[in-house]
Every structure is written in C-alpha cells, then in structure tokens.
Design a protein around this ligand. Structure first.
Ligand code: ADP
Ligand code: MG
Length: 818
C-alpha cells in the first residue's frame, strides 16, 4: 500500500463516524443525542479540534476549529442554529472528502504524479523536505523566492512552448507559430557591425524534408563576450537535436525562424515526454535548467489539490470557471491550449475578484462612516487665491473643478482620479481642492514621487498661499532631524495646513490632526497600498490622484474600480505643439549647432541620459560622461549644469534654481526631471538612447519643454537605425496626444511592463492577460457585488475573508471584517 492510500484511509476513518453521528442527530431533530459515552456536541467538539495527525491544510484546520467552538455552545443554540451548524459541518467534511478523493482519482495525470506523493508533505512544507532536492537546488530556489511548496506551485511559467502544432520544415508557412523537431547542421554567432551592443546567432537546422535558418538576437554588451560565444557554441553542436518553437518569417533569403524558443533535446528522455504537449518555460537563473524545474514541479504539483478555493462549487458552476486546484495544475502542465486558457482565466479571475472586493469594502466604509464629515466652512481662502492666479482656467479645468466641488460638498468622501496630459494644468486643480478642504478647518497632504518635484510644488504653494496665512511645510527623506521633529509636532497639533512631501509621508510617525484631503501627483509612480497607507492617516479622507499617464478604460476599471475619473482634455491656450524628431548619433554635431543658436536667442535646453555614470554592463551614455563631453568639447561658451538622483537635496535645488533663473543654459540630467518640473523658458530636449525608454515616459520627458508660448523641439537620439524600435519611437513623432501614446505603449509592451505590479497591486501575469479579459473583469465585479450583498460580513466565505485580512495596509478591511 502506498503512502497516499494510507493517508486517504486515515482521513476517511476520521470522517466516517463524524458523518454518522451528524446524520443521527439530524434524524432526531437536533436534540443533542447522548451516545454511548458522550453527548453529541461534546463528541463533535473534541473530534473537530483534535486534528494533529491528520495533516490537513490551513483552510480545513481553521474551519473545523471554528465548528468545534460552536459545538461547545451547542446547548445554548436554538433548533435552527443547531440545524445550520450540523449542515455546515457536513458540508465541510464532504469538501474534505472530495479534496482527498480527487488526489486519488485514477486518471492519466494523477497516476503519473501519484508516485511522488509523500503524505508527510503539504503546501506549507519546506522545499528541503522534497525527496532528493539537494542543498544546491534548495539555495537556488530560495534565491527565486521559493521556500515552501506553495511558493513553488505559485511560481507560474513565463511562457510556453507549444509542441502541439508540430510540423515538418517543408510545411512551415510564414507568419505562423510552429514547433519543429530538427537537427543542427551549422552554427555561427557574430557581433553586429551596425550596432555595438548586439550579437547575432544563426543556426541552420534540418529534418528529413528540408532545412531552415534560425536567427536569434542578443542585445547587451555581455552577449558579445568570448565566454558567451563559447558557451553557445558548446550548446549548439552540429548533430544536436532541437525543438524550435516560434514564428516563421519570410525574408529576402527565404523562410526563417526569428527569435524562437529553443530547447535542446539530445538524448534527454524528459524532453521527449513533451512532444505533442505544451511545455512550460520558467524565468530561472542561469544555473537552474528549465527541465529540472519542470521535474520539481511534477513532484509537487499534486499538492495543488490542497489549495483552498475562494469559490465554492456553485460559484464555479455559475461562473463557468475551473477549480483553483485544477487551474494550478493546468497552468504548469497544460494538456492542451484550452486547458491552459481556462487555467489562466481562473487565476486572473481570483486577482480581479479580490481587488473588486477591496474596492467594494472601501466604498462601503466610505458610505457608512460619512456622517461624521465636517462640512462647516470656517475659513475663506478660495476667492482670495483665485484673485491672485494670473490666468483664466480653461473650460476643461472648470469642468473638472465643478466635479470636485460637487464631491467635496457631499457627505461621502471623494475618491477621484484626475487624468490630464502633461502641461494641462493639474497642479492648480490640486491647489484649489486643498483650499476647499482647508476652509473646513482640515489639513491636506500633497504627495509626489520625487524630491525635486516636491520642492517645486512646495515653493509654488508658499508663494501663493503664505499671503493667505496658509501654512505649508515640506517633508522628504532629506529633511534634517530637527526640522522633521518640528514638522511632526506641528502637524499633530494642527498648526500645519498642507504637508507636501515624498514617500516620507507614509511613515507611521507622520500623524495629522485632521487629515481631510490627500492629493497624489503622478500617481502612476505609487502603489495602491501606498495610497491606502496615507489615506488611513485620516477618517473619511478625500482622495485626489493625478496622472499624465492615462490608461485605457478597461484597465482603469479593473485597477481603479473605486475611483471616479475626471479628465482635462485641453491644454492652456497659446501652446505651440512640440516638434519631435528621431535622429541618429551621427547627426548630433549638426544638432549641437542648432542648440547653440537657440541659446543665443536666450532659450535653454535639456539633455537626458538613461544612466548617471558609465556602467560596464550596459553600453549606454551616462549623464556624467556627456556632461563632461559637452562642457569641455562642445559648448565652451555656455554654462552647463548636471542633475541626477545621487546629488544631495541642496545640490539638486541649486542646480534647478540656476536653471530656472537661466544662469544655466543646458541642463544635463537623468530622468529625475521626468515628472512635473516646470521651466517654461526651456525649448529644446535631447534624449540619448531613447529606445531604452517607454513611450509614455518619453512623452512625459518631452513635456518639460513646450511649456511657454514659443516653438519647442524634442530630439530622440537612437543608435538603432532600423528595426522595430524606430517604428515605436515614430509614434512620438506623429502624436502629441498622451492618451493615444499610452494606448500605443500598452499595445506594444503590454500592461505588465507599463503599470507593473507595484502600481496595480496585480501580478504582471494577471496584467498581461487583462486586455483580452473584459468579460472577466465584469464577472469579477458582479460576483464581488453579489458576495457582499449576500454575505456582508463574509461569514460564509471564510477563506476569502482570510485573504482580504492578510493585507495589513487595508485598514478599512480590518475595521469591517474583524
Ligand atoms: P501638469 O498638468 O503637467 O501638472 P502644470 O499644472 O504643471 O501641468 O501646468 C503647466 C503650466 O501651465 C504651469 O506653468 C501652469 O501655471 C500653467 N497653467 C495651468 N493652467 C493654465 C491656464 N488655464 N492658462 C494658462 N496657463 C496655465
Ligand atoms: Mg504636474
């Protein structure tokens, strides 16, 4: 008898007598029968908390423990409550029985895995307990963030090699995805002559029908090293059998595979197992091979069956979703494409569902607590401020402001996302919103991602607001100790009206007297969690988040489901569109002449670099190097400044101030100036290695020019003359519309790249699958709504509740569910 059967029998032996006594009790109308030795309730109470040798997973342990406590009070329950408890207990036991029976089911997959089952292990077992894992592997896995079996199961494949569409070389058609099994005929690798950063590998493979070339590109200095070349050469020895999977393209030299996935098959039995199947490919460090990782996954995948499920069978049926455990198995070892799609769908659903639950709970909190909101006007600031503003608000600004005013006049706190292109004038909207809250004698916080921007906002606010007797302070990571203490004290006793700052504002010691409004500028740089941490510093805090990197509606819905959205759709009058040009490094000298002319006319320029200093790893220009080059060899007559993140705040301020006053003609900088910096006299921007940046980021960067009424230019310097990158960059040549650019960026790079886990609170895996999942987003919203309506305190959804409570930064969830 195998371990597994023993284990199953153990559980079955535990369940059977319990089920029997539950049946008897219910047949006898819940009178709390006296058995041979004990009363029904005492027997249940003891059995349900005596779980030690059963090795159940947490979900069941918690569930049965709860029941056990209820049985200790059984005598005090009325008949309906007793009935309910008995039914629930039976359901729980049934679920447990099902969960182990599934592992026992003798279908194809399970019989394969069952030989690995070790009943001593569970999802929470350390990976070192897996048979024959070895210390080296354990350490390597730890480096990947994998410590227990659950981590291993939650380490999803990056992509898949689909062996199901296997064809002979002769039958390959351009622009389709195929897998070929073939043998290496020739191998060569060389450094590109056009691009000093690129190596190109060619492999010719053949089968009994024909031959075809594979081309692979390696971008990065290290791929041009001797070591890299020789490892590749040793890997792809002629005669070696390969599985090649990818897109076939037609070039002037005929068909070839461009950048396919390659798997070496030679004499490797395991790999042959995959023919006709879909092979997962994991992101692993160089030292861990994909095949050994798959072997490991096969050893532990069976424990997926222990994974608790957020959704019960009824929900799964009505939503047509796969069970959690099946989706975990299929995400790693999908038997076919349909199974894989269904698995992804289920896993994505869970994340969306949880997110929507959080949104709804937050909304509920807002609605229930809003009565306490302070609405009495105690100060009069707004009109005085508006009298000082040197321009008229645009129609679009007025409209947004009305939306905000409406929100703020209501008892329910505001939760609003303000989207508006670079330079559309979001700052003044933020200022006005803060003043409205201040008039009710509450405080405001303005949070921004960089110190440079924080300082700029701070100075502007002081300029306009100090005359109105509004006190504004600045708190960043580099605020001196003494000043910090003073600020924190005055904040707590209500002496400070507005606190401007960076991430320093999240810290626990930052305590407000009565925080009425949080404004988050450039909100795409912050995460959902961070935003909540700041909001939790007040009660019923109004929230205004602002961004110039808009996201398409579907995404906005799923990521910011709890926010209302406002949009500034026009720029202030008199702006001349920026002209953008892609140029090669060779044309820089000519460009520098133009720059000199512009400077002669009193204008200023930015030069942007991806790095601060030269780096061995990357062949990119650095700010320090270009600063030296420009000041010593090109612009001898002009004053050049250098700005980057490693300067201390005083140095940064000095440079920016000099640039503002036009004492510096050219500012060489890293992307620290990306957000918010406002120097209207600057009219030229040169961005080196522009192919390195995302489109939205480039659009933000170039938004630093074109802020005055004169013509401005942005030059995107690239070393990569042809190919995809220029196609991408040309979007910027053609358009000045941040919304359009963001959509293109999304199309090209996918949401995972653009938003990232941090901002969205969603794994990249989920983000990347979002654009095609509109229906799923809606389903998740509806289901979350239904659950909250039917079961407001989540008494029936214990596991869901646990997951929600797991996130410590969501104070509102704790308030509601604990
Ligand atoms: P962003 O939306 O990128 O944060 P800012 O708020 O920094 O834009 O505004 C950009 C510039 O436009 C600032 O110099 C600001 O004073 C100016 N501005 C804002 N609104 C108007 C307006 N209605 N008319 C003229 N200039 C404006
Ligand atoms: Mg701004």
């Amino acid at each position: 008898m195998t371990n597994n059967e023993e284990y199953i029998n153990l559980i079955k032996d535990w369940i059977r007598p319990l089920q029997k006594s539950l049946t008897l009790e219910s047949e006898n109308k819940f009178i709390n029968l006296l058995g041979r030795k004990k009363y029904f309730n005492d027997y249940l109470c003891e059995s349900l908390c005596n779980l030690d040798n059963l090795k159940l997973n947490d979900e069941f342990i918690k569930l049965f423990y709860k029941f056990s406590i209820r049985y200790s009070e059984y005598k005090n329950l009325d008949i309906n409550q007793r009935k309910r408890l008995v039914i629930d207990t039976r359901k729980g036991l049934l679920k447990l029985a099902k969960s182990i029976d599934l592992t026992y089911r003798n279908d194809d997959t399970n019989s394969y895995y069952s030989k690995f089952i070790d009943s001593n292990l569970s999802l929470n077992s350390e990976i070192s307990l897996i048979k024959s894992i070895g210390k080296v592997n354990k350490n390597k896995l730890n480096e990947l963030g994998i410590f227990i079996i659950k981590d291993l199961i939650n380490y999803f494949p990056r992509t898949y090699l689909d062996y199901t569409n296997r064809v002979k070389i002769i039958n390959l058609k351009p622009d389709n995805l195929y897998t070929c099994i073939a043998t290496i005929k020739k191998f060569y690798i060389y450094k590109s002559k056009n691009n000093s950063n690129l190596a190109i590998m060619n492999i010719v493979i053949f089968d009994e029908t024909s031959s075809i070339k594979i081309t692979k590109f390696f971008l990065g200095k290290r791929f041009r090293s001797y070591t890299f070349f020789s490892t590749q050469k040793n890997l792809y020895i002629p005669g070696t059998k390969l599985a090649v999977s990818g897109k076939v393209k037609l070039s002037e030299y005929g068909k070839n595979f461009v950048d396919p996935q390659i798997e070496i098959l030679n004499n490797n039995e395991e790999s042959y197992n995959f023919s006709g199947k879909i092979m997962p490919l994991y992101s692993l460090s160089d030292s861990f091979s994909n095949l050994s990782f798959i072997k490991l996954i096969k050893k532990v995948i069976i424990y997926s069956k222990q994974s608790p499920d957020l959704l019960n069978q009824k929900q799964l049926d009505s939503l047509s979703l796969l069970s959690k455990s099946d989706s975990l198995i299929n995400i790693h070892l999908p038997p076919n494409q349909t199974a894989l799609i269904e698995a992804k769908k289920r896993l994505v659903f869970d994340e969306l569902f949880l997110l929507q639950m959080k949104f709804l709970l937050r909304k509920r909190k807002i609605n229930e607590k809003s009565i306490t909101q302070n609405t009495i006007q105690k100060r009069f600031l707004l009109q005085d401020f508006l009298n000082k503003v040197p321009f008229q608000l645009t129609k679009s600004q007025e409209k947004v402001l009305n939306e905000i005013k409406y929100d703020l006049s209501d008892l329910t706190p505001m939760s609003r996302l303000l989207q508006g292109d670079v330079g559309s004038g979001k700052t003044i909207i933020a200022t006005i919103s803060l003043l409205i809250v201040l008039e009710k004698d509450q405080q405001g916080a303005l949070m921004v991602p960089t110190e440079v921007l924080a300082t700029q906002h701070y100075k502007n606010l002081i300029k306009y607001l100090n005359p109105l007797l509004v006190s504004v302070e600045l708190l960043t990571g580099s605020t001196p100790m003494k000043k910090r203490k003073e600020i924190l004290t005055n904040l707590k006793n209500g002496m400070i009206d507005i606190l401007v700052g960076t991430h320093a504002l999240f810290e626990d010691r930052v305590i407000f007297n009565s925080l009425g409004m949080v404004v988050i500028d450039e909100q795409h740089r912050f995460g959902v969690t961070q935003r909540n941490r700041l909001l939790n510093k007040g009660n019923n805090t109004n929230l205004l988040t602002m961004t110039a990197t808009p996201i398409p509606r579907t995404l906005a819905l799923s990521l910011y489901g709890d926010l209302d959205i406002s949009q500034i759709t026009e720029l202030p009058p008199g702006r001349v569109p920026i002209t953008t040009k892609i140029i090669s490094e060779d044309d820089l000298d000519k460009l520098f002449k133009n720059v000199e002319n512009e400077i002669g006319n009193g204008k200023q320029a930015y030069v942007i670099l991806p790095l601060i200093e030269d780096s061995e790893k990357m062949n990119l220009s650095s700010a320090k190097k270009i600063f030296k080059y420009l000041s010593e060899e090109i612009f001898l007559k002009n004053k050049i400044g250098l700005l980057h993140g490693k300067l201390n705040s005083e140095e940064k301020n000095n440079v920016i101030n000099s640039f503002l006053k036009n004492e510096i003609n050219i500012l060489v900088s890293t992307t620290v100036i990306e957000v918010g910096i406002d120097v209207p006299n600057a009219s030229i921007m040169i961005i080196y290695n522009s192919e390195r940046f995302g489109l939205s980021q480039l659009h933000q960067l170039r938004g630093r020019v074109g802020r005055g009424s004169h013509k401005s230019f942005c030059y995107l310097v690239t070393s990569d003359k042809n190919g995809l990158d220029n196609k991408r960059l040309s979007v910027l040549e053609k358009s000045n519309d941040g919304f359009y650019i963001a959509e293109k960026d999304l199309e090209i790079r996918g949401p995972g790249q653009i938003l990232g886990y941090k901002q969205s609170g969603l794994p990249d895996f989920v983000l990347d699958n979002l654009p095609n999942n509109k229906v799923l987003i809606e389903k998740a919203r509806e289901e979350a709504q239904r659950v909250i309506t039917d079961d407001p305190d989540l008494r029936e959804n214990i596991y869901l509740k646990d997951l929600l409570l797991d996130n410590k930064d969501n104070k509102f969830i704790h308030e509601f569910l604990n």
